[in-house]
Design a protein around this ligand. Structure first.
Ligand SMILES: [Zn+2]
Length: 457
């Protein structure tokens, strides 16, 4: 039988379509890799007939779209909460010194561990900036979907073409690795590879422009870190000696290179913010997905909004690395395309997108007590809003006929069982409030992680 024609019904106490109201005692009809329909309890009872599709009843559970993490680095999964008390630049330096002797198998072990953990929290799609490229292999191995940005660094405008050629060779080597699982994931589009200029202070404009041109020609998004710290902002506006010294380390002594002449940083101290810097060099556009956006003013937000730039809000990493608080409420009212990201396990305690959403809601409530941003809005950000950032809202991010069957099925905790409970239960709060644990993750209808004993028929 053609596998794509297999029909199944998944029943549970709550279905959260995201783009429609939650349905209680409902079910999903799957047809192969896709969702065929969201049906109510009465219809799903009819399907108990043997001539109808196979039925799996998850009981007191919530089915929602697979979660989307818009910013992480699976590469660093073996370094849990790595020296985060130090602040961003000392932390980065310590991280570089720790991984400098890692070989290919270390990177892969680390990325695989992260991918498995992400799957265990119901994440079906990850956006990952990867220094080693191992994240692509890890996603392919675990069966997750994702966009991997191979990282790009280079501060010398005079060497931009050479550095870009080296990146292209690294990209070619990754997409022709010969690994059967990665080949298949790339071919069917489950995993895509793009470019990730690390940040405005580590990538000079000429090099970034080459990356932008390639991304536009190949219809890819560009991933970056943008305005992650006030220090980055200070460095662009006037100067910040610690930042310059960090660049001396990262691009000089650490790589065994000669100390560079500060004149090559001709593009710094431009008297403007990092966002304005990118704008002046025509580097802001709808292809850009930028993580953090902490050190941004109202003009910056207006520019990001008008240019269609997406933002991955990473509140826990921003807090843990002492970078501050990104203006979530202003970003929302500006109409930015916005999702959430955990960042890596080196700066965040887990890869749990529901925990990230919970923190985002709590932090925003503390800063903006009158905000309407709550569990529902946060869950939208880690599903359909994130899908919009990825231009994949027609494929993933909500439960609707024709969409891919990427589903996270969460068992409701015993103490919050909803059977016989009053109608006031808010299923968004059940999820974002931390009252559920993952039962099963399906991607394109295939089980990729299960904590239950009974598998789908
Ligand atoms: Zn990051």
């Amino acid at each position: 039988m053609n596998q794509t024609l297999v029909k199944r019904i998944l029943k549970c106490s709550w279905v959260l379509p995201i783009c429609a109201e939650p349905k209680r005692h409902a079910a999903l009809l799957l047809e192969g890799e896709k969702i065929a329909a969201v049906i109510d309890a009465e219809q799903s009872k009819l399907s108990d007939d043997a001539s109808n599709p196979s039925v799996h009843d998850y009981g007191d559970a919530v089915i929602c779209p697979g979660l989307i993490n818009l910013h992480t680095h699976l590469d660093y999964s073996l370094l849990p909460s790595f020296e985060i008390g130090k602040g961003l630049l000392p932390w980065t330096k310590a991280l570089m010194q720790t991984v400098v002797n890692w070989g290919a198998s270390d990177w892969l072990t680390s990325a695989l561990q992260g991918a498995r953990k992400a799957a265990g929290y119901g994440t079906s799609f990850l956006v990952d900036s990867s220094y080693s490229g191992s994240a692509a292999h890890a996603l392919a191995e675990v069966g997750l979907k994702g966009l991997i940005g191979l990282e790009l660094f280079g501060i010398d405008e005079g060497r931009a073409e050479n550095i870009w050629s080296t990146w292209l060779a690294k990209y070619q080597s990754l997409i022709t690795s010969g690994n059967a699982k990665l080949d298949e994931a790339l071919q069917c589009g489950r995993v895509e590879i793009t470019v990730s200029p690390h940040a405005p202070y580590t990538v000079c404009p000429a090099l970034w422009q080459l990356a932008n041109k390639w991304a536009a020609e190949n219809d890819r998004l560009v991933l970056t870190h943008l305005a992650e710290s006030q220090q980055e902002c200070r460095w662009f506006v006037s100067n910040d000696q610690e930042m310059t010294d960090h660049l001396r380390f990262a691009f000089g002594s650490f790589r065994g290179a000669q100390p560079f002449d500060e004149d090559i940083l001709s593009w710094k101290q431009s008297g403007c913010s990092p966002v304005e810097h990118l704008d002046r060099h025509q580097l802001l556009n709808a292809n850009l997905l930028s993580a953090h956006a902490v050190a941004v003013n109202d003009d910056d937000l207006a520019k990001l909004g008008s240019q269609g730039v997406s933002v991955a809000h990473c509140p826990r990493s921003n807090a843990r690395l002492r970078n501050g608080y990104a203006p979530l409420e202003k970003m929302r009212t500006t109409g930015l395309k916005l999702g959430l990201g955990t960042d890596s396990l080196a700066s965040c305690e887990d890869l749990d997108m529901l925990a990230e959403a919970r923190f985002a809601v709590a932090l925003n409530q503390a800063v903006n007590p009158d905000s309407t941003y709550g569990p529902r809005q946060a869950l939208e950000q880690i599903t359909i809003e994130a899908a919009r950032c990825l231009r994949k809202e027609n494929e993933i991010g909500s439960l609707a006929p024709g969409k891919r069957a990427d589903l996270a099925i969460f068992q409701i905790d015993d103490r919050r069982q909803t059977k016989g409970a009053s109608e006031q239960i808010d299923p968004y709060e059940l999820l974002v409030g931390g009252h559920c644990r993952l039962r099963e993750l399906l991607i394109d209808g295939i089980s990729r992680h299960s904590n239950g004993h009974d598998q789908l028929g």
